[in-house]
Design a protein around this ligand. Structure first.
Ligand code: N01
Length: 497
């Protein structure tokens, strides 16, 4: 099981979650012969790509960039992988690196409390059979996912609705909408993907749109067998392809943070896509965004607009008023009779952390600290929470390229900090509180001119005060360099093993 550094703990490292973050962290821990377990609340590995099983679910980041750099996959079937294909890739990684023996499925972390005397975390964990037990961890890495906790908007009367209610992120694969009257609330990335297949099967479909989305055409060719064959035989070719995709992502970030002409060109392409797909001027007006492209995540689809143009599909822009047993009413006085209502209404980004009830040094809680403002250092560590690490934490999500790159950089930093702690004979590592405000100020200054804050829209990227606490406002290369060569003076190493 690896080497345990601190004899007073059950495990040197506890990893929470088994999506890309948790699996990547587990591989790194295994390579370093650390003693670790992975706590997963579901009964199978995977996060986003296990839970998002709605029809049409795909990743809008190119497949060859959406994989670990150390485990490239020549077999992606097309430019943008489906959810199933990505989950299969993760399953493959778990088997290849023999991680199942470290997985504890059906394990829900209810509470985490830091014990300064032990320099360790006490975790209260409930298991599938309802039993609760305690674990003591020398360090905890949280890979609980930014996009995990579904948001269901409050709609007066919704509890009386007798039809089927579904959220895109908690889809029952047995669901069929054939011949049914379906409503979809939300037109973000999930809505744009789920609407076309639902429209194909449904008797009628009503799309409740609050804000129209920017939609680019999707160039998604299938990869021919000969290419897959070449990638298998000559991995350098696949690496070259990946390098190009990565460079394109780095160019895009300039568009989001400084809004140059590139974004204008993309807006033109999206509006041309809208014009050529939607002939009815009234519908086109409804679907035309009134905010700068990139302010919300840009979507890509060749089937979304044609679905909305179908005779049996209605785009309702009047706000939802309330629900009753069989219908949703909108403020314009229309009653929409429905058999199925789908929420494509997104995620509560800090919700996953709230459920963990994290108490750090001196009894401070992450909930209270983050209710005021989310303060982290490169999204990986937070002052007052020693030996605790976030994967894909605040200000490290990307709107333009692959988050797996960020996750790998974070895994490298966490591994380095833990190694350093152990080599120094210390028991705790935490970011020095005094370096964090200046770091956050730099992020704020960079975010202020970004399209996310200045683009004239609201989105899950911004907190209640309008501050970006989700996205990294820079390039991936820059982030990787910062994490690969950390300023160790920014961290405190305390205690003695
Ligand atoms: O969620 P969202 P999502 N009444 O929050 C609407 C990733 N992702 O699941 O814009 C009416 O973006 C809301 O309206 P408005 C990706 O990073 C990736 O679609 O707030 N409508 C909006 O239209 C993405 O950014 C892929 O006015 C209500 C929608 O619901 C992130 O997940 C695929 C409402 C929510 O959009 C989240 O995307 C899918 C209400 N009360 C998702 N409340 C990839 O391909 C909310 N809305 C990688």
């Amino acid at each position: 099981m690896g080497t345990r550094m601190n004899a007073r703990v059950d495990h040197d490292l506890v990893i929470v979650g088994s999506g890309f973050s948790g699996i990547g962290m587990a591989i790194a821990a295994k390579n370093r012969r650390r003693d670790f377990v992975v706590l997963e609340k579901a009964d199978e590995i995977g996060g986003t790509w296990r839970d998002n099983r709605y029809p049409g679910c795909e990743c809008d980041v190119p497949s060859h960039l959406y994989s670990f750099s150390f485990e490239l996959n020549p077999y992606w079937s097309k430019a943008y992988a489906t959810a199933d294909e990505i989950q299969d890739y993760l399953l493959y990684c778990v088997e290849k690196f023999d991680l199942r023996q470290h997985m504890r499925f059906g394990s829900v972390v209810e509470r985490m409390t830091y014990d300064e005397g032990l320099a360790a975390w006490h975790l209260t964990v409930t298991t599938g059979n309802g039993e609760t037990h305690q674990l003591v961890a020398g360090a905890v890495a949280l890979g609980v996912g930014a996009l995990h906790e579904p948001v269901i908007p409050e709609i007066p009367g919704i509890e009386s609705f007798r039809g089927e209610l579904l959220h895109t992120a908690a889809w029952d694969p047995g669901t069929t909408v054939v011949g049914k009257r379906v409503g979809v609330i939300g037109t973000g990335c999930s809505g744009v993907q789920v609407i076309p297949p639902l429209a194909e099967d449904a008797h009628s479909l009503t799309v409740f749109q609050r804000t129209p989305t920017w939609v680019l055409p999707k160039v998604d060719p299938a990869y021919p067998d000969w290419l897959i064959d070449q990638y298998e035989k000559r991995p350098w070719l696949m690496k070259a392809h990946r390098a190009k995709l990565r460079a394109a992502g780095e160019v895009r970030v300039g568009g989001f943070t400084k809004q140059p002409a590139a974004l204008k060109a993309a807006s033109k392409a999206a509006l041309a896509h809208l014009r050529s797909s939607i002939k009815d001027p009234k519908l086109r007006a409804k679907l035309t965004p009134d905010y700068t492209m990139g302010c919300k995540r840009v979507t890509m689809s060749n089937t979304y607009y044609p679905a909305l143009a179908s005779d049996h599909v209605t785009v309702e822009t009047s706000p939802i008023q309330d629900a009753d047993v069989t219908s949703l009413a909108t403020e314009d006085g229309t009653t929409h009779e429905l058999d199925v209502l789908v929420f494509a209404t997104g995620f509560d980004v800090t919700g996953s952390y709230r459920h963990l009830n994290i108490t750090g040094l001196g009894g401070r809680t992450l909930d209270t600290d983050w209710a005021e403002d989310i303060q982290t250092y490169y999204g990986v560590t937070a002052p007052g929470y020693p030996n605790l690490f976030f994967l894909l934490g605040p200000n490290t999500v990307l709107g333009h390229t692959s988050v797996v790159l960020m996750i790998e950089a974070q895994i490298g930093l966490i591994s380095r900090l833990l190694d350093e702690r152990d080599e120094r004979g210390a028991t705790a590592v935490q970011v020095r509180p005094q370096v964090v405000p200046a770091h956050m100020q730099r992020l704020d200054e960079r975010s202020a001119s970004s399209v996310w804050q200045a683009g004239g829209c609201s989105s899950w990227y911004l907190d209640d005060e309008g501050r970006n606490r989700v996205l990294w406002p820079g390039g991936v290369g820059e982030y990787e360099r910062k994490l690969a060569r950390p300023e160790l003076v920014d961290y405190e190493f305390t205690g003695s093993a």
